[in-house]
Design a protein around this ligand. Sequence first.
Ligand code: CP
Length: 294
Amino acid sequence: MRHFISIKDLSKEEVEFLVKRALEFKQNSQAYKGKLKDKTIISIFFENSTRTRTSFEIAAKRMGASFINIDHNQSSIKKGETDYDTIINLSAMMPDAFIVRHYHSGYPYFLSRFTDIPIINAGDGTANHPSQAILDAVTMFETKGKLEGLKVCIIGDITNSRVAKSHLWMSKLFNWELSFYGPRTMLPDERWLDNIKIEKNLKDALSDKDFVMLLRIQLERESGNNIPSLKEYAKFFGINSLNVPDSYIMHPGPVNRNVELASEILDNFNKSLITKQVENGVFARMAIYEFCLV
Ligand code: CP
């Protein structure tokens, strides 16, 4: 039984194991059927989600677990109970794991000090989104047959992106040539940039890469204040039919259509892996359950 909070806490061998296990599950449903029989998993999301919450639920149910989703808007949090007290009270019912998404960076680490029940981080603030990084790694491995030495550029609102931070840890494990590109107001400060290249322009950002990963402008974190307009962002940082790269395109979702990605690319580009990422998310989360609970 273990927590799953950040890629930073994992070894290269553990990430490789999770990726290969996810692909085994994808190829053979007998490998995961019944693995979580008699387990009860509780999810509680303090921020919105479509992909992550649903795929954790589908993965749990296909593995035979009971899955309870707490809608925090319908819970006693609305009567004034704190998020901490909510988790402690739910812990007393002895579930086998918590899936937690929280808007505060570091909140899953904080919770993990008070419970031995595995905390599986479904995204904390701007810090970590480890299950997204694993599903992305599954998709990269499936596409290129390796994780070592990949050339990856992440474009967009890097400062607010827990996906970019998780891939920063991933890049250290697998010696990626990782670069960032975006408006200067959305790039992280120096302490994050050890061995990370900042691309000079969009042409360079899109050249000679295995994977280009686009990110959403996170309006819920007031990122809109860091750019003059979404229209201007699309013009200078967006991918469209005039600047489409040779590399594969990835995006963690949700996409702001016609901002970071034009509709013609989103709907028709044959090297887009975006739907494949969502598909692999279910198998990646199965591998994470097995790693933490079995
Ligand atoms: N990629 C991702 O975390 O998507 P959701 O916010 O829909 O879960």
